[in-house]
Design a protein around this ligand. Structure first.
Ligand code: BJ8
Length: 422
């Protein structure tokens, strides 16, 4: 194996703290991922990506930077990666899914804040994320209050460009968002020193749409019974989608889908046809947060869809490829992103409609609503979800949890009881 320590040192990592992080990772991965029944062979690539999570991909980013390229980090699926790509930049999703650097984070943040926000601050302050340390700039947004205010603090440590995300979807919100996307384009041009041409933007749209189409193809295959792939594996792929090389990732997902198509033809799957089929919905599950999906699938059920930002919200809806001029193309990008059903919107009817549609299409036996602790938008919106699902007689289990492992036993009991009930 390659010695990446000199590279980690040169990107500015705290090597000792980073060692501790790496030691925590591999056993968890083996336990959660490597013992699954009848796992598709195509998962090998994604296992490899995880095994090289702080190695090969970071090396690629460093090479890109050495050749004059820029790396831009994001924390939300609202940030249009097409724009970064069109300027020759690499876009990396930084949403953090592990408790890290908590002591440092709590020096600048309140203790009672969403673990995702605490995690990204902790990663930055403890200098343990080589992706974060590779970024020339990060893009924040005004989605929830916690993130919005945390970006002011983060800006003390790395340049942050904040996009104002609307809270409603009216005409005036659309034009605000369009102008915000245009501002990101201008800022990206400034940072990269590269003018974004219409041609480059259209190509970037096609590339990112290609990635979305591959992920959609994967989703479609999960409508089959028996499920040809586990929910845990799909979540992993959706997490990797945020930071892997776009064309290589697209190709690997499509290869996996070829294999899954064969499985479907032969009625092969990862669980019995009698396994309970569930949908998970709620706050993002950033890598390496596999906590709830692991409990669910260990209990015998199978997850068939993720109505999450690390899931369908990231790849449903394509950007139109028909823009006739720069302004129209930017407007079409803005339109695609404003369609995202984040709980930061009021009202957020689109999410309720989506859940009903998914439950039917994926023949789900129930839905599990997972909110990170202290996340007001999702915790409060769970009430709307509950109301709509009750009307249609779709069973729902509401869970609120963080990145800690203390409640695993209790969650297991609740999930098993739910599975017996439905
Ligand atoms: S589009 S869900 S990725 S904002 S969990 S930090 S909301 S307190 S992450 Fe999100 Fe974009 Fe919306 Fe998706 Fe705040 Fe809640 Fe924490 Fe959250």
């Amino acid at each position: 194996t390659t010695d990446y320590r000199p590279m980690w040192e040169s990107v500015g990592l705290d090597l000792e703290a980073h060692d501790q992080l790496l030691q925590a990772l591999p056993p968890a991965y083996g336990e959660v991922y490597m013992n699954q029944f009848n796992r598709p062979a195509g998962m090998e690539y994604f296992d490899f990506v995880v095994s090289e999570i702080h190695g090969l991909r970071i090396h690629e980013l460093q090479q890109h930077k050495a050749a004059g390229g820029k790396v831009i980090g994001t924390f939300c699926v609202f940030v249009p990666e097409e724009i970064i790509r069109a300027a020759g930049g690499i876009c990396i999703g930084l949403c953090s899914g592990i408790e890290i650097g908590t002591a440092q984070a709590e020096k600048v943040l309140p203790r009672n804040i969403c673990p995702l926000i605490k995690s990204f601050m902790g990663f930055k302050l403890a200098k343990v994320c080589p992706y974060f340390e590779s970024c020339d700039m990060v893009v924040g947004e005004t989605t929830c209050d916690g993130k919005k205010k945390a970006f002011e603090i983060l800006n003390d440590y790395i340049p942050v460009h904040v996009m104002e995300t609307p809270q409603m979807k009216r005409e005036k919100d659309k034009s605000l968002w369009h102008s915000e996307v245009q501002d990101l384009l201008n800022r990206t041009e400034e940072l990269t020193g590269q003018k974004i041409t219409e041609e480059a933007l259209l190509q970037a749209i096609k590339d990112v749409n290609g990635k979305r189409k591959a992920l959609l193809r994967l989703s479609e295959l999960r409508k089959n019974n028996p499920a040809p792939i586990s929910g845990k594996d799909c979540l992993l792929i959706e997490q990797i989608a945020m930071y892997d090389d776009v064309s290589r990732f697209t190709q690997k997902v499509n290869e996996l889908c070829d294999e899954l198509e064969e499985r479907v033809k032969n009625s092969q799957g990862v669980k019995e046809t009698t396994a309970k089929r569930l949908i998970v919905t709620g706050t993002p599950m950033a890598i390496p947060n596999w906590k709830i999906p692991h409990i669910i699938e260990e209990s015998g059920a199978v997850i068939v869809a993720e109505e999450l930002c690390t899931g369908l919200r990231y790849f449903e809806n394509l950007v139109a490829e028909t823009g006739e001029n720069m302004d129209q193309t930017v407007e079409q990008i803005a339109a695609r992103y404003l369609n995202i059903n984040c709980a930061c919107f009021t009202p957020n009817e689109g999410r309720m409609e989506k859940l009903l549609q998914l439950a039917e299409e994926y023949k789900a036996d129930g839905i599990i609503h997972c909110a990170l602790t202290f996340c007001d938008p999702y915790a409060v919106e769970a009430n709307r979800v509950e109301k709509v699902l009750k009307e249609k007689g779709i069973p729902l289990l509401r869970i609120e949890t963080d990145y800690g492992q203390e409640d695993v036993g209790q969650l297991k009991t609740r999930i098993e009881a739910f599975l017996e009930l439905i």
